[in-house]
Write a protein that binds this ligand. Structure first.
Ligand code: UT7
Length: 321
């Protein structure tokens, strides 16, 4: 038994913030942001939009594309670092929004790699016969925990949600997933507040995402290069067998470095970083949905999904769409 992607969906907040808008907020330029990151604009939540509302819309789209209803879903796994509440977990909150009852529902916190972790877990459930129709979501509203006076981070991030429906299938589907983490790097990319520091530390608004961008960059390039090799070798495949690379959309320079290592033309790389910015765990499922809906990715294509984020966490999935 394997799992197969039966439908995809995404939701972006209504409000768009361009690089020109950011020039009015911090000491930055459109030229710096574009040349260092590839980002031109990003969507940010406003007017009651939350991780929950974005997830719900993305999930409904994916369910519609898969032609399944709430009664068909027997597992919900959502990757997010910015849940609406500490608990109930974001999976349960999404379950309630979708009027789904009784199936397991939980969230995974693995920063930008959360969706790949969620996909891997859901795939295991389906392979083990424990689920037949899983909803897998990556959703993030990181702009709520950004320091808008810190030009080193505030220009990078955007919000959004992406979703897939995984269904049991006689043939793959998800061919393999590969997950890694190394907590030694915890101080290079983090959000310092939490229950352990007392809730006042969160309410004060003093805290925000902190990143040693340069150091993260170097580890990301090396790690992503290694994981694409690991994924191909586990499947006895070569670079020539891949149709599409769907990378985490943090920085166009990291994406280009990974494509170069794979010997892939940039025409085979799905890119949303220009319009979405870094949406953390939402970036890979949203990029997948963009490419499916605009007809770039077709049934039967072989896709390599990969992500890297705080923790550090990193992971990949090889998928026959
Ligand atoms: O999603 C999870 C994983 N995250 C990532 O993969 C992100 C990895 N890191 C990166 O993408 C890049 O390191 C950044 C885009 C964050 C930064 O690019 P960089 O080329 O590594 O720049 P830098 O941090 O080395 O900064 C270079 C200069 C500095 O000035 P000095 O010290 O050389 O005078 C910064 O102060 O650029 C300055 N700078 C800016 N200037 C204009 C930093 N941010 C800005 C800004 N506008 N927004």
């Amino acid at each position: 038994m394997y799992s197969k992607i039966a439908g995809t969906g995404r939701c972006l907040p209504k409000k768009v913030l361009s690089n020109a808008d950011l020039e009015k907020i911090v000491d930055t330029t459109d030229e710096w942001i574009k040349s260092r990151t590839g980002i031109e604009r990003r969507h940010v939540v406003s007017d009651g939009e939350t991780t929950g509302t974005l997830s719900e819309h993305a999930a409904r789209q994916a369910m519609e594309a898969a032609a399944v209803g709430p009664a068909d879903i027997d597992l919900i796994v959502i990757g997010t670092t910015t849940p609406d509440q500490v608990f109930p977990n974001m999976g349960c909150l999404l379950q309630a929004r979708l009027d789904i009852h009784g199936c397991p529902a939980f969230s995974i916190e693995a920063a930008c790699t959360g969706f790949i972790y969620a996909l891997s877990i859901a795939d295991q459930f389906v392979r083990d016969g424990k689920a037949k129709c899983a909803l897998v979501v990556g959703a993030e509203t990181l702009t709520n925990i950004i320091d808008w006076s810190d030009r080193a981070t505030c220009v990078l991030f955007g919000d959004g949600a992406g979703a897939v429906v995984l269904q049991a299938s006689d043939e793959p589907g998800i061919m393999s997933t590969h997950l890694h983490a190394d907590g030694r790097y915890k101080d290079l990319l983090y959000f310092p507040s939490g229950v352990g520091q007392g809730l006042d530390s969160i309410r004060e608004g003093q805290n925000a995402v902190r990143m040693k961008g340069n150091e993260v960059f170097k580890v990301a390039v090396n790690t992503l290069g290694a994981i694409v090799e690991e994924t191909l070798s586990a499947n006895k495949m070569t670079r020539a067998d891949l149709d599409w690379l769907i990378p985490h959309q943090a920085n166009i320079r990291i994406i280009k470095a990974t494509a170069r290592k794979l010997g892939m033309s940039m025409d085979q790389v799905i890119l949303t970083v220009k319009d979405h910015g870094n949406t953390s765990t939402a970036s890979v499922p949203m990029a997948l949905d963009v490419a499916v809906r605009d007809g770039q990715i077709k049934r039967g294509d072989v896709l390599l999904l990969e992500a890297f984020g705080g923790g550090f966490t990193w992971g990949s999935a090889l998928v026959r769409y």
